[in-house]
Every structure is written in structure tokens, then in C-alpha cells.
Design a binder for this molecule. Structure first.
Ligand code: DGP
Length: 222
């Protein structure tokens, strides 16, 4: 019998679930700070919530990625792209289980980082999307928008492979190409509190909708 566990329409007996909330943006746009604050806020309101981040450097695939990012190893562009994707696939079923059990996941980077960063190196965008097909689709993507020059000023870059202004400019352009209906673009140059408040409003709405019942779907809009 065919394995249809990754079919795009995943209707259970009942569609009440946690929300899949993704934060995206250039390096140093504030994703990590804001996702941490968002989780605390949702928890304070009584919602079961977890903070996830990709790459997940704790797995063996994640350790290969970490070594590549810190320039300790060299990998072909397509090879590293597929490793990033595998790092998301290895947590896909856990993600589905958590969401269906009612836990909201706030995810710091997801498939859009995969496509934006790899296609910024010159790889074909459709080729980059292909291994992401079948991963769970976020209910909302919060894009923290910041000019690359401003991001570079924020405490400087930490020395990892992609933290270079010219490269980040290309990544920013690719993100713009990926932007679609479930994206909310937030001005990341506003104060930390303003960004936080905007995110809370958007996400609370989304969490309530998912709690009322919304079927899971898969990337890319199948
Ligand atoms: P972070 O841990 O959020 O600082 O991410 C590490 C770096 O890796 C950052 O420069 C963004 C990049 N990155 C994150 N996800 C992916 C991915 O799926 N593919 C590629 N090529 N780069 C990614």
C-alpha cells in the first residue's frame, strides 16, 4: 500500500490544532529576540507553545550544517542545500504531532531561508523549492523587513559564512520573490516593542483560527 502520510490534505477527525508560525528575514533582523518574546507572550496567555529554530544544530545533520556555516568544512552548494532541507524533514513528523496535539510552534527560519539563501548563490529557485515540497505549510510567515545595510550595523555580523553585506542584499531580493498571501511584512526598523506588539496581534488571531479548526496543508501551496 502506498505511503500517503505526506499527502497535502491532512484532515483528521477534528481540525483543532496549534498554529505553525514562521519568522523569516535577513541575518540580524531580530528574529531570534522576537520569536523568544512571542513564545513567552503566548505561554502567558495559556497557549501551549514551543520555540523551534532551523537549522536545528543538535542533530547529526545539523552538526554538519553548523560546521559548514562556521567555515570548518566545505560542501558543494547543492549538497548543503539538501542537508538544510533534510534537517527540516527529520523533524517533520514531530512537527505534525505537536501541532495536532494543540501546541503552537514558533519557528525561527524555515524553508524560505532554504530557498532564499541557496538561490542567492545562483541556484535555480524552482530547484531549491523541490526538496521542500511536502513539508508542512506555515499558517503565517512573519517577515521582519530590514535594509541589509541596517542589519549589518546591528552589532556587526558574527563571522559565519553568509554574514556579508553583498550576499545579504541578494538574499533580501530572493525573499521578495518568495513573498505570498500568508506573509505579513513587518518593519523591523521600528522599536523592539512596536515589532513585538504587531507580531502578537497577528499571531493571536492566527492561533485562535487554528484552535477553532483549520486543516494542515503542505508546501508549496498544493
Ligand atoms: P541562524 O542560525 O538563524 O543564524 O542561521 C544560520 C545561517 O544559515 C544564516 O546565515 C541563514 C542560513 N540559513 C538558514 N537556513 C538555511 C537554509 O535552509 N539554507 C541555506 N542555504 N541557508 C540557511
Amino acid at each position: 500500500m502506498a505511503d500517503n502520510s505526506h499527502n497535502c490534505s491532512l484532515r483528521g477527525k477534528e481540525d483543532s490544532r496549534g498554529a505553525l508560525v514562521v519568522l523569516e528575514g535577513l541575518d540580524r533582523c531580530g528574529k531570534t529576540t522576537q520569536s523568544t518574546r512571542l513564545v513567552k507572550h503566548l505561554e502567558s496567555l495559556g497557549y501551549s507553545t514551543e520555540l523551534w529554530r532551523y537549522p536545528d544544530r543538535t542533530t547529526s545533520v545539523g552538526q554538519m550544517i553548523s560546521s559548514y556555516l562556521s567555515n570548518k568544512s566545505q560542501l558543494d552548494d547543492r549538497t548543503i542545500h539538501l542537508l538544510f532541507s533534510a534537517n527540516r524533514w527529520e523533524k517533520r513528523s514531530l512537527m505534525e504531532t505537536k501541532l495536532k496535539s494543540g501546541t503552537t510552534l514558533v519557528v525561527d527560519r524555515y524553508s524560505y531561508s532554504g530557498v532564499a539563501f541557496s538561490s542567492a548563490k545562483g541556484l535555480d529557485m524552482e530547484w531549491c523549492k523541490a526538496p521542500e515540497i511536502g513539508l508542512l505549510a506555515p499558517d503565517v510567515v512573519l517577515y521582519l523587513d530590514i535594509p541589509p545595510e541596517k542589519a549589518a550595523e546591528r552589532g556587526g555580523y558574527g563571522g559565519e559564512r553568509y554574514e556579508q553585506l553583498e550576499f545579504q542584499k541578494k538574499v533580501g531580493q530572493r525573499y521578495k520573490d518568495l513573498c505570498s498571501a500568508n506573509w505579513k511584512v513587518i518593519d523591523a526598523c521600528s522599536t523592539m516593542e512596536e515589532v513585538e506588539k504587531q507580531l502578537q496581534e497577528i499571531v493571536l488571531d492566527c492561533v485562535k483560527t487554528c484552535q477553532e479548526g483549520k486543516p494542515l496543508s503542505c508546501l508549496w501551496s498544493c
